[in-house]
Design a protein. Structure first.
Length: 143
């Protein structure tokens, strides 16, 4: 395959959650937050399965970078199809920055309060999710 053909080649990216399909599109590449480190899938990538950690996925559609906040899951790459199954994720363009900021503040208050009966692990997880969403919002402002 020529360098030009490789450059114009596409992958199909499908991202699904229990709530339904979040992304189903042709992309040039996709970078995912792997449990053992971030990785990028390109056209003709070798078949693989990878566990995902909470993080930011980045993909390119028609020359435009798009972002997803991903909360764990698994990615499979087979042929030119990348499929992500995640318990939860959000497209950057669907992200509500004010809601994420309010969630961050609530989680920080719960952690600072140290009241009896507070589920620390749950508050820490909520804070992590809120911070991840805010990081995606920051990336979108740079575009």
């Amino acid at each position: 395959m020529t360098a030009e053909a490789t450059h114009t080649a596409h992958l199909t990216l499908r991202v699904r959650t229990p709530m339904g399909t979040v992304v189903d599109t042709k992309v040039r590449s996709v970078a995912l937050p792997g449990l053992e480190g971030d990785f990028t899938a390109l056209h003709e990538h070798h078949d693989t399965v990878a566990q995902l950690r909470d993080g930011i996925a980045e993909y390119t559609v028609k020359g435009q970078k798009e972002y997803l906040s991903i909360f764990g899951g698994v990615a499979t790459m087979r042929g030119d199809v990348v499929e992500v199954l995640s318990p939860a994720c959000e497209r950057g363009r669907d992200l509500n920055r004010q809601r994420a900021e309010a969630a961050r503040q609530r989680a920080e208050e719960r952690l600072a309060d140290q009241q009896e009966g507070i589920d620390i692990a749950r508050a820490q997880a909520a804070l992590g999710r809120a911070l991840l969403r805010l990081e995606v919002a920051k990336l979108l402002r740079r575009k």
